[in-house]
Design a protein around this ligand. Structure first.
Ligand code: ADP
Length: 399
């Protein structure tokens, strides 16, 4: 069975076509600058890459081009689009309705439209991607896989903010959590690596990329996570501040005479690693500068490591102990320096890593980097959200 995975952004459309008989990626690519000028990169493992600048006025033209390439003589991987059994869509926000991956019919689209106010950045492009597939792929089932659905079991005392309760009932302001597909994937992989049933495990998963979040998983169920109403809450990120004293916001607005949009831009695009270091949002550059003794770069890295440590501590408390700590995504998978800073002096919790294993583990592979004496396993697991989306879509089709 072949499953197409679509991740539509405001001016981009990423895709991967999976053969689910063996989990192989047949083709993947990226349409960029949709609505601006347009370009596509289409790859097939082990074969030539197709790259072209081409006008892509809307997501419809982008998807039409993807479908054309997938069946083309030169760059194709299937003989007909009807070979694609279903499409899985990455959808950042499922609101309070979607506690699991679901079929996207007209009613679902109508619901997603109602929650655009609480998901203004990611909602509209995801809906465009779904509508393009519906128009161009006839009756192929469309399945939505939501970043928020992994968090639907988190109890209310952990999701409702200590604000006037009406802000929840009237404006839906509560914590939703994001990156759920990644945390779900790596926690399942961790159980697999440990040869245990996930129902017997307590796991903390750290997804550290441009956006970062930490999740506490008890018996396969997320019980708490660091992101909240938006993907802004939690630890400092590439350009996002993460959690700060909320009163800083109105203070800056008054002191710097900033509008709501300007302050939103400041905490989303000018803060985090970039804001503190003044060097980059890319942790590689910040870490390099820190190693060379740059004060602000060092401050940014220490701030990030300490914030992760604090979340680990609070989740160890909420879970009453853990069996495994997992690092994933760009920084989690690649930065031995950050992993070692986070895990330093956590032996009280049973967490200790082997510095040799941490430094020499092969990039892009999964690894157990715990020291032999550690009670808790510390694992590095490459995330694969697209595969998880394909798997959910496949399971949905089988039901
Ligand atoms: P996204 O959230 O956009 O999916 P990724 O998971 O790809 O992001 O992570 C991007 C982050 O990973 C960047 O900050 C990048 O610097 C970081 N990263 C990638 N490789 C390394 C490395 N070798 N050392 C430290 N950080 C790295």
């Amino acid at each position: 069975m072949k499953i197409l995975v679509i991740n539509a952004g405001s001016s981009s459309l990423k895709y991967q076509l999976f053969d689910m008989n063996n989990g192989e990626v047949l083709a993947k690519g990226l349409c960029e600058r949709i609505g601006i000028d347009g370009a596509i990169t289409h790859k097939r493992p082990g074969k030539d890459t197709f790259e072209k600048e081409v006008a892509l006025p809307t997501h419809d033209e982008a998807l039409a081009l993807v479908l054309e390439l997938l069946v083309s003589k030169e760059y194709g991987v299937v003989s007909s689009i009807s070979e694609i059994s279903a499409v899985g869509h990455r959808i950042a926000h499922g609101g309070e309705k979607y506690s699991r991956s679901s079929l996207i019919d007209d009613e679902a689209i109508a619901y997603l439209e109602t929650i655009v106010p609480i998901n203004p950045l990611h909602g509209p492009p995801a809906i465009k991607g779904i509508k393009a597939c519906k128009r161009l792929m006839n009756n192929t089932p469309q399945v939505g896989v939501f970043d928020t659905s992994f968090y639907s079991d988190i109890e209310d005392f952990r999701t409702i903010y200590p604000l006037p309760y009406e802000l929840y009932t009237e404006n839906k302001i509560r914590r939703y959590g994001f990156h759920g597909t990644s945390h779900r994937y790596v926690s399942a992989k961790a159980a697999e690596m440990l040869g245990k049933d996930i129902k017997d495990l307590k796991i903390i998963t750290c997804h550290l990329g441009n956006g970062s979040s930490i999740t506490a998983v008890d018996k396969g169920v997320a019980i708490d996570t660091s992101m909240g109403f938006t993907p802004q809450e939690g630890i400092p990120m590439g350009t996002r501040s993460g959690s700060i004293d909320p009163s800083v916001i109105p203070y800056i607005m008054k002191a710097k005479n900033l509008s709501a949009n300007e302050v939103e831009d400041l905490i989303n695009r000018k803060s985090g690693l970039l804001g503190v270091s003044g060097i980059s949002s890319d942790s590689r550059y910040v870490e390099d500068a820190a190693k060379k003794g740059d004060y602000r770069a060092n401050l940014a890295v220490k701030m990030l490591a300490n914030s992760i440590k604090k979340y680990i501590g609070s989740y160890v408390a909420e879970l009453n102990g853990i069996d495994a700590l997992v690092f994933t995504a760009g920084i989690g998978e690649n930065s031995a320096m950050l992993r070692s800073m986070v895990c330093e002096d956590l032996d009280f919790f049973g967490i200790a890593i082997d510095s040799e294993k941490n430094a020499t583990m092969p990039r892009g592979s999964q690894a157990d980097i715990s020291s032999d004496s550690a009670r808790v396993k510390t694992l590095v697991i490459p995330t694969n959200e697209e595969y998880m989306i394909a798997l959910d879509t496949l399971n949905f089709c089988k039901e």
